[in-house]
Write a protein that binds this ligand. Structure first.
Ligand code: MG
Length: 251
């Protein structure tokens, strides 16, 4: 069941997501050659608590960390570790918090130093695909208008969208209905309405769309070992269209 939020609830979800946006920006600024993803995880956790929030992923279905750090061929749910980042890596940072009863969730992918032209293009196309998907999150549209907008942008650039993981509703739970695939025909699924709050999150692979899960039970990597990028925003559907909640004011 899709839960519609009141304007007051949307402001609470916005407050939570603003903190997530601030923390992701701080993490992004920290990414550099020699830094470890474990250090980023510790910083994320510390900043969440300093803002009065609780990291949302730690303990979620047994996930052992606060931050998902997915380097190069890791698609999502990578475990932070002590391996130093190196020049040219791309790392996805996915972070969520619970603040004042409501969840925030967002992700970005950043390069360590200067990425290869192909990695740079992959990140740009994924970021653009998120934007295209968000543009479809408006009253009167249908759920898979979002999915289709993401998929067609990605495939027009020769990349593929991951099928195994999807975006989701968000509110007093981290994952609510509806599930939001990043692929599919337009014009199907639920009708989009003001008051829906959605986490839209394309995961885009340089090669094929297949992924496999490592023995840790979480880390998803591309089957072919090619690169993967991931961007996510939490948005609210308003009468006048989508409002992005997980971005810094003015960005
Ligand atoms: Mg999410």
């Amino acid at each position: 069941m899709v839960i519609l939020k009141s304007p007051k609830e949307i402001e609470k979800i916005a407050a939570s997501n603003r903190i997530v946006a601030k923390i992701l920006k701080a993490l992004e600024d920290e990414v550099a050659e020699g830094v470890t993803t474990a250090q980023l995880n510790d910083l994320a956790e510390k900043l969440a608590r300093a803002h009065g929030g609780v990291p949302a992923f730690k303990g979620y279905r047994g996930f052992p960390f606060s931050l998902c750090t997915s380097v190069n061929c890791v698609v999502v749910h990578g475990f932070p570790n002590d391996t130093p980042l190196k020049e040219g890596d791309i790392v996805s940072l996915d972070f969520g918090i619970l603040y004042d009863g409501y969840y925030g969730d967002a992700a970005t992918t950043v390069a360590v130093g200067k990425p290869s032209p192909q990695a740079d293009r992959l990140m740009a196309v994924t970021r653009e695909a998120l934007k295209k998907g968000i543009e479809q999150a408006k009253p009167g549209g249908r759920l898979t208008d979002i999915s289709h907008a993401v998929q067609s942008h990605v495939e027009a650039h020769g990349f593929s969208v991951v099928r195994k993981f999807v975006g989701h509703g968000i509110g007093t739970k981290l994952h609510e209905d509806p599930q939001i695939p990043n692929f599919g025909k337009p014009g199907t699924g639920i009708r989009l309405k003001p008051g829906m709050t959605l986490a839209i999150e394309p995961m885009v692979n340089e090669g094929g769309h297949d992924v496999k899960i490592l023995e840790d039970g979480w880390t998803a990597v591309t089957e072919d070992g090619a690169l993967s990028a991931h961007f996510e925003h939490t948005i609210a559907i308003t009468e006048s269209g989508p409002r992005i909640l997980s971005r810094l004011d003015g960005s």
